[in-house]
Design a binder for this molecule. Structure first.
Ligand SMILES: *Cc1c(COP(=O)(O)O)cnc(C)c1O
Length: 353
């Protein structure tokens, strides 16, 4: 740290992204990317003329993409916000709305704590129950802003929309931000509730179910007044936050919705196959509605399994937080990748006994 950094950032602990190693080719099951390429329509949108147009700034209003998202989600462009990955929506939301404090689960997406620290916000982490579930009652009438990932990460467990509605309805003077990064893998979306509740923001991403983590594209749906607030902050930081290629790719992806839906169903099948395989090997596997599973074994420690898999060319995500250090989060890939994964786990465990 230089002596020039503003004092308020001295103790800030930055977010640690999952590894993107370049030393060798891994079976990469550590950052919840899709194993499938973007659709043909997306690839076609990234043609020579799109590249040549890079000399021009992108549309700061993101007109075409907002219109396409509004159509897809049964709302209007005034209810849609788009951003450079959904991390940026989280950033803007924490910056815009949470000066009077925010709560989120103790085990959840690590970036919530980082943004709370970045803006020196008061925050409270509410423990998940013993089964790693969010207890709805803990969020009823909190008198605080609330951020929930649904399905939650890294547990993969989803709350029904009816439970989220109870939380939203009981905190009318505060924002409830529902992060639906993984909703397309079998959970139920809260987007329809945004018509009824003026304090609900639902955010989502192209990074997981739409195979575009590298393009950086996220979106939020909420009451038009909340979207206008987010736009004010966006136009006060970087109105050109989404580049031209990503805008074009994002609209094209929506025209190929069937392709992505099919991929999600394949991931769900592979998820159940992998979860069954791990349970057969004695693992405890949380019930996931996401494109990953969270699992621990009575026979091998979380760190050790992570390291042994890495030696064998398979990357999974391990967290050092005390409550979850015996677990690993395993992204669901292709059937072949998951077969290899299960075979190597079996070899490792066999070697342990
Ligand atoms: C991956 C993820 C995000 C961030 O997605 P980007 O759109 O790639 O920034 C946000 N929230 C959760 C819970 C995630 O897992």
């Amino acid at each position: 740290m230089s002596r020039f950094l503003n004092a308020r950032f001295a103790s800030l602990e930055a977010y640690t992204p999952g590894e993107q190693p370049t030393d060798m080719k891994y079976i990469k099951l550590n950052t919840n990317e899709s194993p499938f390429p973007p659709s043909e329509g997306v690839i076609a949108a990234l043609d020579r003329s799109a590249a040549e147009n890079l000399r021009l700034y992108p549309d700061p209003e993101c007109t075409e993409l907002k219109r396409a998202l509004a159509l897809e989600y049964g709302t209007t462009p005034a209810n849609v916000f788009v951003s450079n990955g959904s991390d940026e929506i989280l950033n803007f939301a924490f910056m815009s709305f949470f000066d009077d404090g925010v709560v989120f689960p103790d085990i959840t997406y690590g970036f919530y704590r980082v943004y709370a620290d970045l803006y020196s916000l008061k925050y409270r982490e509410i423990p998940l129950d013993e089964d790693f579930r969010i207890r709805t009652e803990d969020y009823i009438g909190t008198k605080s802003n609330i951020v929930l990932a649904n399905p939650n990460a890294p547990t993969g467990i989803a709350l029904p929309v009816s439970e989220i509605e109870r939380i939203v309805a009981s905190n009318p003077e505060h924002i409830v931000l529902v992060d639906e990064a993984y909703v397309d893998f079998g959970a139920e979306s809260c987007v329809p509730l945004t018509e009824k509740y003026k304090n609900l923001i639902v955010c989502a991403t192209y990074s997981k179910s739409r195979s575009m983590a590298g393009a950086r594209l996220g979106f939020a749906i909420a009451d038009a007044a909340l979207i206008a607030d987010l736009e004010k902050i966006r136009f006060s930081t970087n109105p050109y936050n989404i580049n031209r290629l990503t805008l074009a790719a994002g609209a094209a992806a929506l025209r190929d919705a069937e392709y992505y839906r099919k991929n999600c169903r394949i991931i769900e099948e592979n998820r159940e196959y992998t979860a069954d395989g791990l349970r057969d090997l004695g693992f405890s596997v949380l019930p996931s509605s996401a494109n990953f599973i969270f699992a621990s074994s009575p026979d091998i420690g979380g760190t050790e399994l992570y390291l042994k898999l890495r030696e064998r060319g398979i990357l999974v995500r391990h967290f050092t937080l005390d409550r979850i250090k015996e677990y690993n989060r395993i992204t669901i890939g292709t059937a072949r990748q998951m077969e290899t994964f299960l075979r190597e786990v079996k070899n490792i465990i066999g070697g342990e006994r």
